[in-house]
Design a protein around this ligand. Structure first.
Ligand code: CAO
Length: 414
């Protein structure tokens, strides 16, 4: 059947600014077919009946009058539920709240003044934006005279979702861009993909979780003697007995003692998810950025197994051969800068984990044993925890306990 321009009141030679259907589309009665714009108003031409569009006989830019042929539509008996079959799949879950009205603006009443301070968009695009809770005033139109098209709304919503603007970063002041070349020569180097990903991830974690960092020095003199005694044998067997293996073992023991450190805040923030497994993430410094492979079931492994596995996963991380799933499922992370140097630092949480331990370089220091100063090998430790889950007192208890484990080699070796 033919679809013609209905009575549009006193308007003649009205320009088509959007054709909203194409051949093959299934349309319901009242679905918008065209958007027209005169110098006074913007309006939509609705379908007079439901069917399948066979042919569209107009295009954007031409002018039409009442009675002009717009399209040919085959009327179908089968119920058509889609508004417009040509629509892309939804970008995001429908916003909560009342279901938006799907009625069309009636013709010929004036729908929207063409010259307005409001964003320039047709009623169907306004409705579409409303359904997605997108603010039209923030969207730049790519249509004629800056008109906002449906594709502009889609692109805007996609960009918002990608930038995470809807969650943690919202409302944060931006650092204004600076043209550094005005002060001297500069070079632009692209950031690696890993660095770009970890940058937004670390930023999110820093903003989302209120961090507290607690420091302590652990006496690892005996631990180091013990490690040295194992080192020779390990070397013969082809692996390095790294101090990190001891730190991982002690972490498992401390997590068993303080189960809420081996937990995550549930997404509803009303309960804690306690984990019955002990997977420890280890921060590895790689040429393309920071990676955190996870050593699984560390509670079931001895020092030698942990040391071997650490060497293997950190080597693969540096070679860029670690898989995404090998960086998932961690319960607690250790970030060791002990091989490099420095004293204490403030590690950023690896959410949804609730605590992370920073290990720095051990050094021999005078230690008061109650009678005299004696030289002891002291290890600086920095424990950051999520204050939403862990109180300061428990943070202090955990790090004290951890430090005592490292100082008492009998308990650690058990
Ligand atoms: N105190 C003193 N010496 C230490 C030490 C410590 N806490 N930790 C390690 N060492 C020693 C090691 O015994 C080793 O000595 P030898 O060569 O004599 O055996 C040397 O320092 C080098 O150790 P390493 O750092 O290469 O190896 P590791 O097993 O201790 O650590 C790994 C492995 C993967 C954790 C480490 O190489 C790494 O990448 N660290 C950086 C992690 C990082 O970037 N964290 C920051 C995250 S936040 O931005």
């Amino acid at each position: 059947m033919e679809v013609r321009v209905p009575d549009i009141g006193d308007f003649n030679d009205v320009a088509i600014i959007e054709v909203l259907v194409q051949p093959g589309d299934a349309i319901v009665a009242e679905a918008p077919l065209l958007t027209l714009e005169s110098d006074k108003a913007t309006m939509e031409v609705p379908a007079p009946f439901a069917g399948i569009v066979q042919e569209v006989l107009v295009k954007t830019g031409i002018k039409i009058n009442m009675g002009d042929l717009i399209a040919r539509v085959t009327v179908t008996d089968a119920p058509i539920i889609a508004l417009q079959v040509a629509e892309e799949p939804p970008i995001s879950p429908a916003p909560s709240g009342p279901v938006p009205e799907l009625r069309n603006a009636p013709l010929p009443p004036v729908v929207e003044p063409a010259i307005s301070s409001k964003p320039h968009a047709s009623p169907s695009v306004r409705r579409f934006a409303r359904e997605l809770s997108a603010d039209l005033s923030k969207i730049k139109g790519s249509g004629p005279r800056g008109r906002i098209l449906k594709s502009d709304v889609q692109a805007y919503v996609k960009a918002v979702l990608k930038s995470g603007d809807e969650s943690s970063g919202r409302g944060l002041p931006k650092v204004p861009p600076i043209d550094f070349s005005q002060f001297g020569d500069i070079e632009l180097h692209p950031l690696s993909r890993i660095r770009q990903l970890s940058s937004s991830y670390l930023h999110r974690n820093w903003v989302v979780a209120p961090h507290v960092t607690q420091f302590i020095e652990a006496d690892i003199t005996d631990m180091e003697d013990f490690r040295q005694s194992l080192a020779e044998e390990a070397k013969k067997e082809g692996y390095r007995m790294t101090p990190l293996a001891f730190f991982i073992r002690a972490a498992v023991m401390a997590l068993k003692q303080f189960p809420h450190f081996n937990a995550s805040l549930h997404e509803d923030e009303k309960c804690l998810v306690y984990k019955k497994y002990f997977n420890i993430g280890v921060a590895v410094d790689t040429p393309s950025g920071l990676l955190v492979p996870v050593l699984r079931n560390a509670d079931k492994k001895g020092l030698a197994d942990i040391a071997r596995e650490l060497a293997e996963i950190s080597a693969r991380a540096r070679e860029g051969k670690i898989k995404a799933e090998e960086m998932q499922g961690g319960c607690f992370t250790i970030s060791s800068l002990g091989g490099i140097g420095g004293l204490f630092f403030t590690p950023i949480l690896n959410l949804p984990e609730v605590a992370i331990l920073g290990v720095s370089r051990a050094a021999t220091r005078p230690h008061w044993d109650g009678k005299a100063f004696v030289p002891r090998l002291m290890l600086p430790l920095s424990l950051s925890y999520d204050h939403r889950v862990i109180d300061g007192a428990d943070g202090a208890r955990f790090i004290m306990y951890y430090s005592e484990l490292l100082s008492d080699i009998r308990r650690l070796a058990l």
